[in-house]
Design a protein around this ligand. Structure first.
Ligand code: KIV
Ligand code: ZN
Length: 566
C-alpha cells in the first residue's frame, strides 16, 4: 500500500508550439562555471576545510575553469576565510572570476561584499526562491512579495558594488527553484531585477535558471529555457545560465538541451557532486562535447589527478562506471567487444579520425592506457586472451589455439570467480602448453634431405636415459611422427601446426604450436626455441608426451582445471 503512484502529480509541461531547439547542434562550449566549492561543498557530509578548498580551487584553475563559485561567505565562516585568503594572497589568476553566493537579504549581501573587499573582479550571485510551493508553503508570500525580495536584493547588490568601483563586478540572479516556478512569473521577476541592474547600460549580468529540483524530462526544461530566452527583456545583454540537478538522473542531458535552447552558460561540479543526487557533472558535459569534435575549453587529460583531488576533497569515491572518469569505463570484459576493439585498434592509423567500436573516445586522451581496455574474466573470449598474450608477451596464437586456450582461461576464471590478470594468463599458457617433461626434452637433432625425403635423427630425454629415434618423411614433422609412431606403437595425425618468429624482447626466436590426434585422442602443445625446427620438434614431443606413459611423464593436459596457486 505504501508504494502508490497516485500520490504524485505529473509535471504540467509548457504547451510550446514554436520550439526550435530540437534542430540545433552544439558547436561551441558554453561558458562553464564550477560550483564545487559552494553547491558541492554544501552537500558534503563533512564540508571541506580551507586547505581542501584551496586544493580543489587550484585544480579547477588548472583544468581551465574561468568562473568558479568559491563559497557562500555570509553563511559560513570557513567560506568567508577562504574568500579572504584567495584575495589577500593574490591566488586568483587574472582571467578567472570568482563567484560567491548570497541570499537576497541586505545583511547577508553586506557581509558578502566584506568578503570580496579588494577583489579585482567577482560575480555576486544573489538568489531567492520563486516557486509556487516555496511561495505558498515556505514563505507565505504572494508573487509580489517574492518579487519585492528579488528587487530589494538587486538594489542592495548594486549599491554595494557602487561603493567599490575598483572591482570589476558581475551580478548574477537565480530565481531559485525555477523549474517549479510559473514561467510568466519567473520572467517577471527576472525583468524586475534587470530593470534595477540595467545590463543594457553596460552592467555584466548573468541570469541563472536552476533546476533546483529536477522535475521533468530534459525536453521540458529545454522548452522552459527557450521560452525564457524568447521573453525576457535585455536578452542580448545578459548571459543566460543553467544550473541543473540530477534528481531524475538527467542533469547533463537537461543542461545540453538547455544549451541547444539558448543557454550561454552552464554551472556544475566535477563528477557531479552536489545536493541529493548531485549537480550537473562538468566532466561528462565537457567530454560529451569533446567526443563530438567540439573544443570543451577545459582540459581533462589528467583524469587520474582530477579524480584523486576530487576524492581527497569530497571524501566521495569515484564510481567505477562514472562516465569518462571511472576505472571501468574503457574496459571490455565481453569477448565480442574485445574482439571488435582489437580489430578497430589494429586497423587504425595514428591520424585517422577516432572510430573504434565500443570506445566513444580514445582513452589515451584522458591519460588512460590501452592496457586497461581489455581485461579478462569468465565472460571474455578468445580475442581478449589472444590480445593480452600478443600485447604483453609477443605471443601470436593461431586461431585454433586461441579457441582452445580461451577455454583453459575461462575455466580458471570460473573457478576463481573474478578477473584474471595478464601475468596469470601467461603462467597458465606456460603451464598448459609450454611446460616440457624432462623425459621429452629435445636434446639434439640431425636432419638431412635426400631423394627419398627428409631423414630425421632426434634425441630427447634426460642425459643418462636419452632416447634417440630415427624416421623418414616428407618434412621434419612427418619424419619425427614416423619415428614416434613406430617407437610407441601409436597412430599420430597432425591436425594443426603453426610456427612463427617471435618479436623483440624475448629470449626465444621462434614458437611452434601443434595439435595431434594420437589414436584418435587430441593433444596439443607449444614450444619456444632459438630456431623454428627446434620449436617444432619440441612441440611435437611435448604434445605426444601428454599421451604416452613413460617414466616421470605428466599428463599435463589433465591439469587444465588445476589452479595456479603454486
Ligand atoms: O540549486 C539551486 O537552485 C542553487 C541556487 C542557489 C542557484 O544552487
Ligand atoms: Zn544547486
Amino acid at each position: 500500500m505504501a508504494f502508490d503512484h497516485h500520490k504524485y502529480v505529473p509535471f504540467q509541461p509548457l504547451r510550446k508550439t514554436d520550439r526550435r531547439w530540437p534542430d540545433r547542434v552544439i558547436e561551441t562550449a558554453p561558458q562553464w562555471c564550477a560550483v564545487d566549492l559552494r553547491d558541492g561543498n554544501q552537500a558534503l557530509v563533512k564540508p571541506m576545510s580551507v586547505a581542501q578548498k584551496q586544493r580543489l580551487f587550484e585544480l579547477l584553475v588548472k583544468v581551465g575553469f574561468k568562473e568558479i563559485e568559491i563559497g557562500f561567505p555570509a553563511a559560513s565562516q570557513p567560506d568567508f576565510d577562504f574568500c579572504r585568503k584567495l584575495i589577500e594572497e593574490d591566488r586568483i589568476p587574472d582571467d578567472v572570476h570568482i563567484q560567491v553566493l548570497t541570499q537576497a537579504r541586505p545583511e547577508l549581501i553586506a557581509r558578502t561584499y566584506e568578503a570580496l573587499a579588494g577583489a579585482k573582479r567577482a560575480i555576486v550571485h544573489v538568489y531567492n526562491s520563486t516557486s509556487k510551493v516555496q511561495r505558498e508553503q515556505v514563505f507565505g508570500l504572494d508573487r509580489e512579495g517574492i518579487k519585492a525580495i528579488a528587487v530589494k536584493g538587486a538594489e542592495v547588490v548594486k549599491a554595494h558594488a557602487a561603493e567599490h568601483p575598483e572591482t570589476e563586478w558581475t551580478f548574477q540572479y537565480s530565481p531559485e527553484s525555477f523549474t517549479g516556478t510559473e514561467l510568466d512569473f519567473a520572467a517577471d521577476v527576472i525583468d524586475a531585477v534587470n530593470d534595477v541592474w540595467r545590463p543594457d547600460q553596460g552592467q555584466p549580468v548573468v541570469i541563472n535558471l536552476p533546476a533546483t529540483v529536477e522535475m521533468a524530462t530534459p525536453n521540458v526544461f529545454a522548452d522552459q529555457i527557450e521560452w525564457i530566452c524568447d521573453r525576457v527583456k535585455y536578452r542580448e545583454h545578459i548571459s543566460i545560465s543553467v544550473h541543473t540537478h540530477n534528481d531524475r538522473g538527467c542533469a547533463v542531458a537537461a543542461a545540453e538541451l538547455a544549451v541547444m535552447a539558448g543557454a550561454d552558460r552552464v554551472e556544475g561540479t566535477l563528477m557531479g557532486n552536489g545536493e541529493r543526487t548531485g549537480n550537473m557533472d562538468l566532466v561528462t558535459a565537457a567530454m560529451n562535447l569533446y567526443s563530438q569534435g567540439v573544443d570543451p575549453k577545459v582540459d581533462f587529460s589528467s583524469m587520474a589527478e582530477i579524480t584523486d583531488v576530487v576524492e581527497a576533497c569530497t571524501e566521495i569515491p569515484t564510481h567505477p562506471r562514472h562516465p569518462y572518469a571511472g576505472e571501468l569505463v574503457f574496459t571490455a570484459f565481453s569477448g565480442s567487444h574485445q574482439d571488435a576493439i582489437r580489430k578497430c585498434l589494429a586497423r587504425r592509423a595514428e591520424d585517422d579520425p577516432w572510430e573504434v567500436a565500443y570506445l566513444p573516445i580514445d582513452p589515451r586522451d584522458l591519460g588512460r592506457r590501452y592496457e586497461e581496455v581489455v581485461r579478462i574474466n569468465s565472460q571474455s573470449g578468445k580475442g581478449g586472451v589472444a590480445y593480452i598474450l600478443e600485447r604483453d608477451y609477443n605471443i601470436n596464437l593461431p586461431r585454433w589455439l586461441q579457441i582452445e586456450f580461451s577455454k583453459v582461461v575461462q575455466r580458471e576464471a570460473e573457478s576463481g570467480g573474478g578477473e584474471i590478470d595478464s601475468d596469470t594468463i601467461h603462467r597458465l599458457f606456460e603451464k598448459r602448453y609450454l611446460a616440457v617433461n624432462p623425459d621429452w626434452e629435445l636434446k639434439s637433432y640431425d636432419l638431412h634431405r635426400d631423394e627419398e625425403g627428409v631423414y630425421a635423427r632426434v634425441s630427447f630425454g634426460v642425459d643418462i636415459n636419452l632416447t634417440t629415434l630415427e624416421g623418414r618423411g616428407l618434412g621434419a614433422v612427418e619424419a619425427l611422427v614416423a619415428a614416434l609412431e613406430k617407437n610407441h606403437e601409436v597412430h599420430i595425425a597432425v591436425e594443426a601446426y603453426d610456427e612463427f618468429a617471435l618479436g623483440e624482447g624475448t629470449d626465444a626466436n621462434a614458437m611452434a604450436c601443434i595439435r595431434l590426434q594420437v589414436d584418435g585422442q587430441p593433444c596439443s602443445a607449444a614450444a619456444l626455441a632459438e630456431d623454428t625446427t627446434s620449436a617444432t620438434l619440441q612441440a611435437l614431443l611435448s604434445a605426444l608426451s601428454q599421451k604416452i606413459l613413460s617414466p616421470g611423464a605428466q599428463r599435463i593436459a589433465d591439469e587444465i582445471a588445476v589452479s595456479l596457486d603454486a
